[in-house]
Design a protein around this ligand. Structure first.
Ligand code: F6P
Length: 565
């Protein structure tokens, strides 16, 4: 990481140069930049690990990139990349490394961290996960009444939910054929609504729960876990409707129906998870960076271990590129610099993630946590308030659906927004029926046409039309909205791994330049603490009169509703 004594980024000479340069470029429309440079596509496009990154529709030119690269150098990005990948304690507020990249190192690699090679342990944890996956896939894992498992419900939230949810959805096509059919589901919300649905539909004899929680203290997950445990105990310890064999012991039920995944084996044991059904990982894996290890169990259950290892290999290919490629060709560095330019110099603080492939439905939700929990910070690594903007507001949805929802604002609103368009080049080759394949391939072409058209209209505005005749103002498009397009050769475990790692490293590079710590999340702690106090008051164990008028009014409304039940 950059040295503790380094100047804040806005004091670096390159920052000042960029400010001046932004003034000069401010009035220049993107269409003019394209008009004056025929080689923009080749100048601003790079390819690696099955990904093509097109940054030509950013509102910048060759000089901008040169100044941004100087800023990255001055901010110490090359040294910081080395610190991250070699296991230095880059998470300063928690005094530990952030070693998610170690989770995807090949088995024959070595990584010495503070005197210990950690790669063997990583691969042992993967092997342990594989053993559980194999038992479930072989139909050998039996519930307490002896039946093979049909439903696996992941109970987790944040990083213990979003990564596995996103990847299992994206790669559902990769499911191996020759396995006992195990369906994977996710319940995250503390209000129990997802869980309630599963409990109303699933047979407790053939359902198991994975308690996924790095800390194993998250109330959202533990409240779901307690409800699930009582549901199982209530149904399987007596001769209920579901039970086909004599009732079984509570101990056996908890043993056979719960797997734990956590960095705290002690807390898993205290909850009752059997030691051989515990998968562990390390404090040096951040929650939102954890899908690559045992938190990825739901992923391995859906796509199989071979594909899971391809996902790791794709991410590792991006890690190597991140370490080895010169900054001007380094995809995560370039993507990060485009973001810095937009936020800090063009004052664009809204960023939309728009995949044109239904399999990437949860990608935006995943990135919302990755980017905003990592870089939604306002103090430097040394604890000083920053005097510049950091992470933009990031949100998204499947692009084709968002076209019918919020694209109006992108095209004609008052707010500048930068967009990331993401799409695979090839799709549906494996569909067997020729007619269906033809139809689906034409739908894929339709989606790509829309993806390319939208970024073009956002860039050119009215000039996208050949005949830009007279029209009323409400039918005019000003364009000049910047965007990035990421093309995947094909959506595979390998390319998805590379794509996720691309964004992880982009977030890191931005954090280095902003001089913030992307690996902690202290901003969420106060809310948890106040929620605990509020719960006590709601339960009648605290003094409601100490609260502000609004919070008191809300609690009293709840009490009144309860009394009317
Ligand atoms: O509250 C935020 C957070 O700590 C996230 O960083 C994390 O991914 C999520 O909660 C879940 O945490 P855990 O895996 O410890 O249950």
């Amino acid at each position: 990481m950059a040295s503790a004594s380094r100047a804040t980024p806005d004091k670096l000479p390159a920052w000042q140069t960029l400010k001046q340069h932004a003034e000069e470029l401010k009035g220049v429309h993107l269409k003019t930049l394209f008009g004056s440079d025929q080689s923009r596509w080749s100048n601003f496009t790079r390819q690696v690990a099955g990904l093509t990154l097109d940054l030509s529709k950013q509102r910048w030119d060759d000089d901008t990139l040169e100044h941004l690269l100087a800023l990255a150098h001055d901010a110490g990005v090359p040294g910081a990349i080395d610190s991250l990948l070699s296991g230095k304690r880059v998470n300063v507020s928690e005094n530990r490394p952030a070693l998610h990249t170690a989770l995807r190192l090949p088995a024959d690699a070595t990584l010495n961290v503070e005197g210990e090679d950690i790669v063997a342990g990583v691969h042992e944890s993967l092997a342990q996960m594989e053993r559980l996956v194999c038992r479930l896939h072989a139909g050998q894992w039996r519930g307490a009444t002896g039946k093979p498992i049909r439903h696996v419900v992941n109970l987790g939230v944040g990083g213990s939910d979003l990564g596995p949810l996103m990847v299992t959805h994206a790669l559902a096509d990769c499911r191996p054929d020759d396995i006992h059919p195990v369906e994977v589901h996710f319940a995250s919300t503390m209000d129990g609504s997802q869980l309630a649905d599963y409990l109303s539909r699933f047979n407790p004899e053939t359902t198991i729960f994975v308690l996924s929680s790095k800390s194993f203290t998250t109330i959202d997950t533990l409240s779901n876990a307690n409800t699930a445990r009582d549901w199982l105990l209530g149904r399987l310890t007596q001769q209920g409707d579901f039970v086909s064999t004599p009732a079984v012991s509570a101990e056996l039920i908890v043993r056979q129906h719960f797997i734990g995944v956590s960095a705290s084996p002690q807390k898993m044991s205290e909850w009752g998870i059997a030691p051989d059904h515990q998968l562990t990982f390390w404090e040096w894996v951040g929650g939102r960076y954890s899908l690559w290890g045992t938190i990825g169990l739901p992923i391995a259950l859906v796509i199989g271990m071979d594909h899971f290892r391809e996902l790791l290999a794709g991410a590792h290919a991006m890690d190597r590129h991140f370490r080895e490629a010169p900054m001007e060709d380094n995809l995560p560095v370039l993507l990060a610099l485009a973001g810095i330019w937009n936020v800090n110099f063009l004052d664009i603080r809204a960023h939309s993630i728009l995949p044109y492939d239904g399999r990437l439905e949860y990608f935006a939700a995943y990135l919302e946590q990755l980017e905003m929990e990592s870089n939604g910070k306002s103090v430097t690594r040394q604890g000083q308030a920053v005097s510049y903007s950091t992470c933009p507001v990031l949100w998204g949805q499947l692009g084709p659906n968002a076209q019918h929802a919020f694209y109006q604002l992108l095209h004609q609103g008052t707010q500048p927004v930068v967009c990331d368009f993401i799409a695979p080049l090839k799709r549906y080759d494996e569909v067997e029926d020729p007619d269906t394949r033809r139809h689906l391939k034409s739908q894929h072409r339709l989606a790509l046409a829309n993806c390319f058209a939208q970024s073009r209209v956002l860039m050119l505005g009215d000039d996208a039309l050949e005949d830009d005749g007279p029209r009323p103002e409400h039918k005019r498009y000003r364009g000049n909205q910047p965007s990035t397009t990421v093309l995947l050769d094909k959506l595979t475990p390998h390319s998805l791994g590379a794509l996720i790692a691309l964004y992880e490293h982009k977030v890191f590079v931005q954090a280095v330049i902003w001089d913030i710590n992307p690996f902690d999340q202290w901003g969420v702690e106060l809310g948890k603490q106040i929620a605990t106090d509020t719960q006590a008051i709601i339960d009648g164990e605290g003094d409601v009169s100490r609260m502000d008028a609004s919070s008191r009014g809300l609690i009293e409304a709840f009490w009144a509703a309860e009394q009317n039940e």
